[in-house]
Design a protein around this ligand. Structure first.
Ligand SMILES: Nc1ncnc2c1ncn2[C@@H]1O[C@H](COP(=O)(O)OP(=O)(O)OP(=O)(O)O)[C@@H](O)[C@H]1O
Length: 125
């Protein structure tokens, strides 16, 4: 088998595993499902309010950022549950900090949403 072919196969398998991980996270994490729903609403609102190209770029970056942080938070939860199934204060603290990262990204994404959408909504009134 040529190295090109092997590399191609490796990439395909990588995508498959990544997709499986995302499906698992969506199925098991209600917060991720809520965030995807909010992202869909934001995209619909973006079309309705005709946001500019730059605003689309900022919105896509923000949505990607929040979803990525949520996936990392889910990963940290799984790692902690695997290595330390018993309750432990440091495990709780690690999970709290990871949850804090999600909260932080969600908070700033709301601010970005307000900056982009509020003036357009006010103009419509
Ligand atoms: N093993 C543990 N030891 C101590 N505290 C824990 C432990 N597991 C969870 N906790 C506490 O419970 C909280 C919720 O943890 P859990 O793993 O249930 O995540 P979750 O309910 O899916 O949270 P999230 O909303 O962030 O996804 C943690 O932030 C932590 O404070």
């Amino acid at each position: 088998m040529s190295s090109d072919c092997r590399e191609n196969k490796k990439k395909q398998i990588g995508w498959k595993h990544a997709f499986r991980g995302m499906v698992h996270a969506v199925r098991s994490e209600i917060n991720l499902r809520i965030e995807i729903l909010v992202a869909i609403c934001v995209i619909v609102l973006g079309f309705l309010l005709r946001v500019s190209l730059l605003e689309w770029a900022i919105l896509m970056l923000t949505i990607g950022f929040v979803l990525t942080i949520e996936l990392i938070n889910t990963t940290i939860e799984r790692i902690m549950d695997f290595y330390s199934p018993q309750r432990h204060s440091i495990v709780g603290l690690i999970k709290d900090i990871a949850a804090g990262a999600v909260l932080c990204s969600a908070f700033f994404s709301i601010i970005i949403g307000c900056i982009i959408f509020l003036p357009k909504i006010i103009d419509l009134l």
